[in-house]
Design a protein around this ligand. Structure first.
Ligand SMILES: C[S@@+](CC[C@H](N)C(=O)[O-])C[C@H]1O[C@@H](n2cnc3c(N)ncnc32)[C@H](O)[C@@H]1O
Ligand SMILES: [Zn+2]
Length: 301
């Protein structure tokens, strides 16, 4: 096991806060994004190991993608927004799902807590990608899998805009902040950040190439998504689409066994693990902190 890093737990970074946001209804439901939703599901279905013991979805929001996790014995939905998790719980219940309100920079999961980690539509909100990847690496067991989606800076439309002198340079590898706490990333920059964190990227899909208003108005979402699905792998080497999915294996020394359910959590304040069950919550023997569970949600904020 890697040592716990108590000295690095004071990891506060600015967060794009979705608390009480209407993300589900304002962004997805009836908002003309059925094609993107379907295309992302195709990518994830191909990259995700079909079965496993414990899957962690970071920045899971209201649990949009959870129906793809049917092959996992336990699923942890983690998000900074408690209200998003409450929506997820109302729909999914407690049988296979755990709900954790926490910050990715201070991930309250023990070393080797999960075999698969998924993070979709979250990287574009992160100011400190290396810190986030380091936390994911610790929580994912040796030989585990990390499936990441990110917003691609070097996609076809951005290249065209640049050639017409209307946009930023998509070939420059540095992340591009197009709004506060909103970033586009160059695929090579992300691959390098993954490798620096100890992941080995081994498969990629270029997703939502057909995202154009006029196409979406004239062609059924299911048809567009089917075409997208057929193109995702063959176009992956040059990533022309605005969204990229990348799967990495996690190579780190140590035993590949997952921690038991009773040892699942780590203190986000001091790094002590595991936490002990205590009255309506968890107790940290390292710093004495109490982390409550309220309405079925573990609260680590
Ligand atoms: C655009 S939504 C994506 C939700 C979901 N993954 C999906 O694809 O439908 C981004 C989510 O990331 C969460 N988030 C942003 N920063 C976070 C952080 N530092 N720690 C944990 N969650 C975070 C937000 O609360 C929000 O629910
Ligand atoms: Zn503690």
């Amino acid at each position: 096991m890697e040592p716990t890093q108590s000295s690095r737990t004071n990891n506060s970074r600015p967060i794009c806060d979705y608390e009480n946001s209407t993300y589900r209804t304002d962004f997805w439901e009836g908002q003309g994004r059925e094609y993107e939703d379907l295309a992302e599901r195709i990518a994830l279905r191909h990259l995700l190991p079909a079965q496993g013991q414990r899957l962690l979805d970071i920045g899971a929001g209201f649990g949009r993608l959870t129906d793809l996790y049917g092959g996992y014995e336990q699923v942890i939905l983690l998000d900074y927004s408690r209200s998003q998790l409450a929506h997820a719980r109302a729909r999914l219940g407690d049988e296979r799902f755990l709900y954790v309100a926490a910050d990715i920079y201070r991930l309250p999961l023990a070393t080797n807590a999960v075999d698969t980690t998924v993070m979709v539509r979250v990287l574009h909100h992160l100011v400190d990608v290396p810190l986030a990847f380091g936390q994911i690496r610790r929580a994912t067991r040796p030989d585990g899998t990390f499936v990441l989606e990110f917003a691609n800076k070097r996609h076809l439309k951005n290249i065209a805009r640049y050639l017409l002198r209307r946009g930023v340079n998509p070939f420059d590898r540095a992340p591009y902040a197009f709004a506060e706490l909103h970033y586009d990333y160059h695929p090579a920059w992300v691959a390098e950040a993954l490798r620096d964190a100890g992941f080995a990227p081994d498969a990629r899909r270029s997703v939502s190439l057909l995202r154009a208003g006029w196409l979406k108005r004239h062609v059924r979402a299911r048809t567009l998504a089917a075409v997208d699905g057929a193109l995702q792998r063959v176009t992956a080497p040059c990533t022309p689409a605005p969204s990229v999915f990348v799967r990495s294996r996690q190579h780190k020394a140590g035993e590949a066994r997952l921690v038991d359910r009773a040892q699942l959590f780590r203190c986000p304040a001091c790094g002590h693990e595991p936490l002990d069950a205590a009255d309506a919550g968890l107790h940290c023997a390292g710093c004495g902190a109490h982390w409550p569970i309220e309405e079925g949600i573990y609260l680590f904020k």
